[in-house]
Design a protein around this ligand. Structure first.
Ligand code: PEP
Length: 251
């Protein structure tokens, strides 16, 4: 089953509204002609309206970096699916390792967010990945198994599910998993999906994230189970992001 490559930028806590709109403008001006991968940028909540405006009618879609599971209520600092949809968001990251590491995100809260986002019709990019200590202890496969199964608990259709494998030790560190290391885990994730969803597993995109950049993207994207990238640092500069889009178009 052919899977369309997805190149997604995670801007994290970077860029004001004006800077984000300018970055989208630069990306749009530099997009190659011809077949494109799916392109998503995920800016901070407050700048989403400006980024949606800048991307309107273009090939660039806008995602959020998180979402709460409740419809509304006393959840200070949180944002609901309805608010994201109202702002023009189509995708949402869930369970990024920085949320897990710094903000108390657990497998259970990841699952609640995934289910709420899917119920609202958003495309969910659910992030999983082992820490350096877990890899060194030989626990990678067990961690991935637990995180993927728990994230998808109670999820019946994978139609709007994307998984991002992001080894925590490779995020923002300049260390990238080798294409073989990444492919091994991606194949494991595909096998878990097959166990849960049968042949539908072949239609689920599995992105790699962790210091992906123009120099290493072609080799990573050449692997059979790597269907795109979730990109932090290199998504903040238009030339780098455009080079990744091009790598995605050529994969
Ligand atoms: C990320 O945070 O999702 C990420 C992959 O970051 P970086 O590309 O900077 O390692």
């Amino acid at each position: 089953m052919a899977r369309r490559i997805l190149i997604a930028g995670n801007w994290k806590m970077n860029k004001t509204s004006r800077e984000g709109a300018a970055l989208v403008g630069e990306i749009l001006a530099g997009l190659p002609s011809g077949n494109l991968p799916e392109i998503v940028v995920c800016p901070p909540y407050l700048t989403i309206p400006a980024v949606v405006d800048a991307a309107r009618g273009s090939a660039v879609e806008v995602g959020a970096e998180n979402v709460h599971w409740a419809e509304s209520g006393a959840f200070t600092g949180e944002v609901s699916t309805a608010m994201l949809l109202d702002a023009g968001v189509t995708h949402v990251l869930v369970g990024h390792s920085e949320r897990r590491q710094y903000f108390g995100e657990t497998d259970e809260t990841v699952n609640s967010r995934v289910k709420a986002a899917l119920a609202a019709g958003l495309v969910v990019i659910a992030c999983v990945g082992e820490t350096l200590a877990e890899r060194e202890a030989g626990e990678t496969a067990a961690v991935i198994d637990r995180q993927v199964r728990k994230a998808l608990e109670g999820v019946e259709s994978t139609e709007k599910v994307v998984i991002a494998y992001e080894p925590v030790w490779a995020i923002g560190t300049g260390k990238t998993a080798t294409p073989d290391m990444a492919q091994e885990v991606h194949a494991q994730i595909r096998a878990i999906l097959r166990d849960l969803y049968g042949d539908a597993a072949d239609g689920v995109r599995i992105l790699y994230g962790g210091s992906m950049k123009p120099a290493n993207a072609p080799e990573l994207l050449a692997k059979p189970d790597i269907d795109g990238g979730l990109i932090g640092g290199a998504s903040l500069k238009a030339p780098d992001f455009l080079a990744l889009v091009k790598a995605g178009a050529e994969a």
